[in-house]
Design a binder for this molecule. Structure first.
Ligand code: ZN
Ligand code: ZN
Length: 137
């Protein structure tokens, strides 16, 4: 278990009980949408509202503690901010797998941005398709 209070303070956010519970839920789930996070948080925090969960996630995304993983045609998922990686997203079962971001990919995307005099500040690579489990059915 990570030090959620420290993570929040490092981003100048108050370490409220709600935020710590949300971070802990996300940590166990890996990637989850707002409703999934809400359902998990409810188990330890039965009085919390969906609106509160939503508002806190948006704040933590803004401050860079949580990262939004947009999924085309579906609800965004969220994850804890950590080392850069890329995603394999299954359009059938909705699973999101983390894959290592190789140096060569980073260099290539930086070259592309530089060649357009574009100053990048954020990067996320999501590959959509069908996962091994779903292909085997
Ligand atoms: Zn799948
Ligand atoms: Zn991820």
């Amino acid at each position: 278990m990570r030090d959620y209070a420290k993570m929040l303070k490092e981003h100048s956010l108050k370490a409220t009980f709600q935020r710590m519970t949300i971070l802990s839920a996300l940590d166990t789930m890996g990637h989850a949408n707002i409703e999934e996070i809400y359902e998990t948080v409810l188990k330890t925090h039965p009085t919390i509202s969906l609106a509160t969960v939503y508002k806190n996630i948006l704040t933590m995304v803004q401050e860079g503690v949580v990262v939004e993983v947009p999924i085309s045609g579906e609800k965004s998922k969220y994850e804890l901010k950590r080392e850069e990686h890329l995603h394999l997203i299954c359009k059938k079962c909705g699973s999101v797998s983390d894959m290592p971001m190789r140096e060569s990919i980073k260099e290539e995307t930086e070259k592309i941005a530089r060649s357009s005099s574009f100053k990048p500040f954020r990067r996320q690579i999501n590959i959509y398709g069908i996962c091994k489990n779903c292909r085997d059915i």
